[in-house]
Design a protein around this ligand. Structure first.
Ligand code: ADP
Length: 496
């Protein structure tokens, strides 16, 4: 099928989190299955810094934004190691900025305008580039207006009358809510600014718009699909989601083993390993990591890691509290990599300064170090408040780094807690807990460290995880089926 991905992020061009990983990997996997995916993104500054060749198409689009008409140039590249075309909408005033969505913890003030332009430019690009599209797959709030355009302003115009839409929620908490007067920027009739469609507590909501207008809605794990139907994880959108209950699907993300595989990972130098020789390979990676981040080299001390956005969602308050306690009373070592909320920069930086022998903190974004942490650590912590899918636990399983997770969203779907029973059955792959408290995390880590001391049991746990297949293959097949279903059942006609 012909699928157009409309997204703000796709690895290796632009990424702030899992959305980038998904949109960089899923299209490649769909192509392997015989589909014909194409991507379109804003030409952020990051895109030009990716080092990948990007050429002009010589084609421009013009988009009405309120009373203005704004031009964008269409550029073209390709997803590396594939034939998947990637187009970019270049509009320097909107996208040539240091970050994608905002700076210093503040969103860019014109985000509504920036992504209204992008959404409409995507539709104009379909015509200008003569793209054949059966399903327009829109990702997260940045592309939330697109399903509405398809069902309103563009509805009766070929080729749009033949294009169905899928809207995928990667994180419901980021909604793209703007003051109501921004509705005028969109050009969509005010009659759609109602509580069932685009209005959300007096604001214009891109997320709600996507949910209301798309032919189908999906999210990135079966458990998260259930959790977002009700508070608190519905983030106020339980009504909108329950209304779409019949066409809301949960499809788990996959891991891209071309990028994340300890057997071929170029960031590991000579220390690559797989399940057959993981003990020596991992020991070498652990020593290299301890040395790289300035911790004492010691194979016997458990090395606990976390990598991610330093946000409340990711449970860094629990991690910081447990690190503080454990630094005094345990010999465990910690390595943390992340950027985000200044309060966590402060707290984590201080902990590292107070306990340099036990705690290493890197407050930066480093893909290379993320890979080496996955390889070198013994355990990987994800005590998230909520986690739509989570990718790091999948990478951790592959790298033999035992995940310690809170059982929510995709973490609940992918990690089997080590209990006497699951250990006996050989199905255990990690550790999980339910209550969002530092006590629960600390107790679970104690359980994990006890098992770590029991080498044969630990090896069994590690190997079970490493042997699992969380590649994109199964998920891509599920998306393929969903696309087919959507095309067959797409609602035609303007929503009233
Ligand atoms: P989310 O999308 O909510 O941020 P995910 O677990 O789905 O979380 O994906 C996060 C991705 O971003 C992973 O590939 C992770 O390794 C990466 N990542 C996050 N922060 C950093 C960082 N500081 N340095 C390197 N990679 C990071």
């Amino acid at each position: 099928m012909n699928i157009l991905f409309a997204t703000a992020e796709a690895v290796p061009f632009a990424k702030t989190g899992g959305l980038g990983d998904v949109c960089g990997s899923l299209p490649r996997e769909l192509a392997k299955l015989g589909h014909r995916p194409v991507l379109i993104l804003p030409a952020f500054r990051q895109v030009f810094e990716s080092g990948i060749e990007i050429e002009s198409t010589g084609i421009s689009v013009e988009v009405p934004i309120g009373q203005k008409r704004v031009q964008g140039k269409l550029l073209r590249s390709q997803l590396p190691n594939s034939e998947v075309p990637v187009y970019f909408v270049e509009q320097a005033d909107y996208y040539d900025r240091p970050q994608l969505y905002g700076e210093n913890s503040e969103d860019y003030r014109d985000n509504c305008e920036r992504f209204t332009f992008f959404s409409r430019a995507v539709l104009e690009a379909i015509v200008a580039l003569e793209l054949e599209v059966e399903v327009l797959h829109c990702h997260d709030w940045c592309a939330g207006l697109i399903p509405a355009y398809l069902k309103t302003l563009y509805n009766e115009r070929p080729p749009f009358d033949q294009i169905a839409s899928l809207y995928t929620i990667h994180n419901l908490a980021f909604q793209g809510n703007f003051w109501h007067w921004d509705m005028a920027l969109t050009g969509i009739d005010w009659k759609h600014f109602n509580w069932r469609q685009m209005e959300f507590y007096g604001n214009l909501s891109f997320m709600k718009t996507g949910i209301a207008f798309a032919d189908a809605v999906s999210t990135v794990s079966p458990t998260y699909a259930l959790e977002i139907m009700n508070p608190p994880l519905s983030c106020g959108l339980e009504g909108a989601l329950q209304h779409r209950r019949e066409d809301l699907f949960g499809i788990l993300n996959g891991a891209d083993y071309a990028d994340w595989n300890p057997a071929t990972d170029s960031f590991l130098g000579d220390n690559c390993y797989d399940v057959s020789n993981y003990e020596t390979g991992k020991a070498a990676c652990k020593a290299a990591l301890q040395s790289e981040v300035g911790l004492p080299i010691d194979p016997d001390k458990p090395l606990l890691a976390a990598v991610g956005r330093l946000a409340d969602q990711k449970g860094f308050d629990l991690i910081a509290r447990v690190m503080q306690q454990w630094a005094e009373q345990s010999d465990a070592q910690w390595v943390i990599l992340g950027t985000g909320d200044p309060k966590y920069h402060q707290v984590l930086g201080q902990l590292a300064a107070d306990h340099p022998e036990k705690i290493a903190v890197r407050l930066e974004f480093s893909n290379e170090l993320a890979h080496r942490i996955e390889a070198g650590a013994d355990m990987f912590l994800m005590p998230s408040q909520y986690e739509p899918c989570g990718l790091n636990q999948l990478y951790s399983l592959k790298y033999g780094t035992v995940p310690v997770v809170r059982a929510t969203g995709g973490l609940a779907d992918t990690v089997v807690d080590a209990t006497p029973q699951t250990l006996d059955q050989g199905s255990a792959t990690g550790f999980s807990f339910a209550e969002y408290t530092s006590l629960a995390l600390s107790e679970t880590l104690s359980r994990a460290c006890s098992l770590f001391a029991d080498k044969p049991a630990w090896q069994q746990l590690v190997k079970t995880g490493m042997k699992q297949d969380w590649s994109w293959k199964t998920s891509a097949q599920k998306y393929g089926e969903l696309y087919k279903q959507i095309v067959e059942h797409a609602r035609r006609g303007v929503l009233q």
